[in-house]
Design a protein around this ligand. Structure first.
Ligand code: 7PJ
Length: 297
């Protein structure tokens, strides 16, 4: 997948940034220097596919994944836990039941790596067994057994900053210096991950926009994102349709496309190497323009 354009077809079990996450499972998720990777969001929570039936839900999820792929997603991030402020996690069995059938249905059928958005070691193991080849953990491997599971599974891992838990994170977030504190947290988690035996070149970091942060915190993090480059791990960001975009633009979740792509543009210019988005086609075009001008991304 050198350069811009659609990634070449390749086996689905394949992730590993090329500067670089190499994976024993197959060809790498390359993080090309000239362009940020687009990670399409596939939520398999009841609020995203609200009609009940498990198989129907999996079918809808597969259709949506194929759409993300046609739009140009470089990888697909599949999540079964809603992490909205105030939300309570599903049981482990329920989360596996949501995620694994979708991973299994897509694995081998799509030419891009599948990432699983989970904090539970049981879900990590089940999803990787079903064909996922990256772990995206909003709790940065802090649940018991998660570090060990990620080390055993030997796949790339995204470690995200989250202050508190999704249930309480927006209560009264406070920092003296949000960029320094998020950076220190991520540095500690990188150390813990390496000490657990996770390959350094498998580690990705994410400041966790919207997770235990006010609008001012989020804007400060975005403006000073380059400071996180001292962590020496690729930076991923998730800004897509988030409430910070709503707070800035005054728009509800259905009207946040332009705000979201603006945020992508800023984040990539400030060093983000992976962007986690709902609107893949618009993001792809946005990054193509940035790339054509030779600015970044
Ligand atoms: C993020 C995520 C994010 C990473 C969610 C939403 C909430 N994973 N999972 N970064 N956000 N790495 O998409 O609005 O920002 S769920």
């Amino acid at each position: 997948m050198a350069g811009a354009g659609r990634p070449a077809a390749r086996p689905a079990r394949a992730p590993a940034p090329d500067d670089g996450c190499a994976s024993p499972a197959g060809p790498p998720i390359r993080l090309p220097a000239e362009r940020a990777l687009i990670c399409g969001i596939l939520n398999v929570t009841p609020d995203s596919f609200s009609d009940g039936g498990r198989f129907h839900r999996a079918d809808l999820a597969v259709d949506h994944a194929l759409r993300l792929l046609v739009e140009g997603a470089d990888l697909i991030d599949i999540g079964g836990e809603s992490t909205r402020p105030g939300s309570q996690p599903p049981s482990v069995a329920e989360e596996i039941d949501r995620v694994v059938p979708v991973v299994a249905a897509l694995s081998g059928r799509v030419p891009v790596p599948l990432s699983v958005d989970t904090s539970r070691p049981e879900v990590m193991r089940a999803a990787v067994a079903a064909g996922a080849s990256m772990i995206n953990d909003v709790r940065a491997l802090r649940l018991p057994g998660a570090l060990e599971a990620a080390a055993d599974l030997d796949v790339p891992v995204c470690l995200m900053h989250l202050a508190g838990s999704p249930a309480t994170m927006q209560d009264r977030p406070q920092y003296d210096d949000v960029v320094r504190e998020v950076g220190d947290f991520l540095a500690d988690r990188l150390t813990a991950a390496r000490q657990a035996g996770i390959r350094p070149d498998h580690l990705i970091v994410d400041p966790g926009f919207g997770f235990g942060k006010t609008l001012t915190h989020n804007l400060t993090l975005l403006n000073r994102l380059t400071e996180l480059s001292t962590l020496e791990a690729p930076i991923m960001v998730g800004l897509s349709r988030k409430s910070m975009i709503g707070q800035i633009t005054g728009r509800d979740v259905t009207g946040r496309l332009a705000g979201s792509v603006a945020a992508v543009l800023i984040s990539v210019q400030r060093g983000a190497r992976m962007v986690r988005v709902h609107d893949v086609a618009a993001t792809r075009d946005t990054l193509a323009v940035l790339h054509a001008v030779g600015l970044a991304g």
